[in-house]
Design a protein around this ligand. Sequence first.
Ligand code: PEP
Length: 256
Amino acid sequence: MKNRVPLVAGNWKMFKTCPEAVESARQLVQRISDATGVEVMIAPPFTALAPVSDALNESNISLGAQNLFWEKEGAYTGEISPVMLVSAGCRYVIIGHSERRQYFGENDGTVNKKIKAALDASLTPILCIGESENERESDKTFSVLDKQIKNGLKDLVLKDLELMILAYEPVWAIGTGKTATSDQAQEVHQFLRSLLKKYFGTTFSQLIRILYGGSVKPDNISELMAMPDVDGALVGGASLDPDTFSKIVHHIGSSL
Ligand code: PEP
């Protein structure tokens, strides 16, 4: 029996206008109101954060952002600061998603600054890490993940990390329909927990939630959740439809 409350997080990426996002949020509130024993978060695009925050008011769903910039304010055209996210109602922020690393030049150094800025603003960072197909095939999965953790969490100490959540998202499984098998996910999650034990101690390694992400659907979530080190899911495509996403949430709730 796991003593970590599972989290299911929906990453809406660059989908949904404001009215569409609000409508989806309203539908989710209705469908998920009875879910217990599981935390739920949705991360709409920046433009929809404030109206979705209103739609989630007094529900059991939290709001998250998909990115932030590390400065508090300034001449940084197009960027959004941690305090702006807090003022829009966010509690969580996704950091270092592989699409940001792949298309927007993010790396472990920028990820590290973003994690620190999020923690400074009392936002819960969901740090995304994962290997590419090439790296897996050349047996580099563990060394790649070790580097992403070591550099992404550089200079952070235990007391900073209370809020941290980790998401293992193999790049080859994101949006591809190829899910890691539950054994593959468990093998990596166990490895990540052992790394965190080495860097931050046993207590932290047992408390931190490690989510799996990569083509999670209602029909594969229960198998993944049955693994002892999988504490929930970061869901992309399947989070866009309130009906599908609420099925994932209910499967997680009922698998406890
Ligand atoms: C993601 O974007 O984090 C993700 C896991 O996407 P998908 O569920 O579509 O693979």
